[in-house]
Design a protein around this ligand. Structure first.
Ligand SMILES: NC(=O)c1ccc[n+]([C@@H]2O[C@H](COP(=O)([O-])OP(=O)(O)OC[C@H]3O[C@@H](n4cnc5c(N)ncnc54)[C@H](OP(=O)(O)O)[C@@H]3O)[C@@H](O)[C@H]2O)c1
Length: 331
């Protein structure tokens, strides 16, 4: 399934590279590089990273992949992001800087780490409400004019912010969380993107792994907060995970009825939201690459998709996406 992403038409399933550097347990660069190459061989083209993932490590890893894999640069679609500043003292604490100076210097640093002349899609990772959108967009336009970025993207923005930015320069993509248990964007953001011919790139389409069926209370109790960011997320706490697990059980039941892996059904549901939706499931190893990629080729009866709509009605989900303190700006 090819879908428009900026000036390109590419597979609607891209690869989320974040977990190869941090947030979801231990990592291994050698395995990550093999995974990136295997993903390319399967057909993945959109590789999603950000300067904040591993504080530069993730971009360096993708940079190695670009330069050591032997793949022609024009066959890759590299997406990265800038605008989130990590705290030096608290691993999971952040601030947001979308000023023109910061975005321009962050983009230069990303180009160096990626060891490439241009970035296919450069997202502002979060907008600082105190910075006028025209200032941020002005910096991005300059980067486009200089040939350093090919397409402009925004992350986790409101419908109003999308319209304001798009009036200044065409926005190619909006990246927001969208999955069975994170459906807020269905209300305004996705319709706005569809109307303006902007791609909606869905991050955490497997609910940070929860909708793949392998994560339960025992798993969460076995991991450390230092290595696994999910420990900080309300949906994964002892109380909420048990309640949310009831939804996954229903998802599993439906998947079984149609003989489809539960993760594929969850991913296909996201792609079925609209024809401009892309997904970037994250994977540190090759284990799930083929299955996740194939989620775009399923033929799922619409009755099953609407049953999922009902099961995962937003008021059935326990806990917010992020802790209150960082709800509007976290990774
Ligand atoms: N813009 C933003 O603010 C933002 C925020 C978060 C993430 N992102 C981007 O979105 C990408 C994807 O999101 P995400 O990684 O947070 O969440 P996700 O894709 O919903 O889930 C990733 C987790 O699911 C596991 N998984 C993958 N495929 C599976 C399958 N078929 N069955 C069972 N488990 C499976 C992965 O395990 P393994 O790694 O062990 O395979 C990993 O732990 C990130 O990599 C990042 O690039 C962007």
């Amino acid at each position: 399934m090819f879908r428009k992403l900026g000036k390109n038409n590419i597979s609607a399933v891209g690869l989320g590279c974040m977990g190869m550097s941090e947030f979801y347990g231990a990592t291994d660069d050698k395995v990550s590089l093999q995974t990136l190459k295997q993903a390319y061989d399967i057909g993945y083209r959109n590789f999603d990273t950000a300067d904040m993932y591993g504080q530069g490590h993730n971009e360096e890893l993708v940079g190695k992949f670009i330069n050591e894999s032997g793949i022609e640069r024009s066959n890759l679609f590299i997406s990265t992001k800038g605008g989130i500043v990590r705290s030096k003292t608290d691993k999971y604490s952040i601030s947001v800087d979308s000023s023109a100076d910061y975005i321009k210097s962050a983009c230069e640093a990303s180009l160096k780490r990626l060891n490439t002349d241009y970035i296919d899609l450069y997202y502002v990772h979060r907008l600082n409400p105190e910075t006028d959108i025209s200032e941020t967009m002005g910096a991005l336009q300059e980067l486009v004019r200089e040939g350093k970025i090919k397409n402009i993207g925004l992350c986790e923005v409101s419908s109003e912010q999308i319209k304001a930015a798009h009036n200044i320069h065409p926005i190619a993509a909006v990246q927001s969380e969208l999955s069975l248990w994170s459906r807020e964007v269905e209300e305004n953001v996705l319709p706005t993107c569809s109307a303006l011919d902007i791609a909606l790139v869905a991050f955490s389409p497997l609910g940070r792994g929860f909708l793949g069926g392998n994560i339960d209370k025992n798993f969460m109790n076995s991991v450390s907060e230092d290595l696994d960011f999910r420990k900080r997320l309300p949906r994964f706490n002892d109380e909420n995970i048990e309640k949310n697990m009831l939804l996954v059980k229903k998802l599993e039941g439906l998947a079984q009825e149609i003989s489809t892996p539960v993760s594929q059904l969850a991913l296909h549901w996201v792609l079925s939201r609209a024809s401009n939706v892309h997904i970037i499931p994250g994977s540190k190893t090759s284990k799930y690459l083929q299955s996740n990629f194939d989620a775009q080729n399923l033929d799922i009866p619409s009755s099953v998709l609407s049953t999922l709509d009902e099961i995962f009605s937003p008021d059935e989900v326990f806990g917010s996406r992020y802790p209150e303190k960082i709800l509007s700006k976290s990774a």
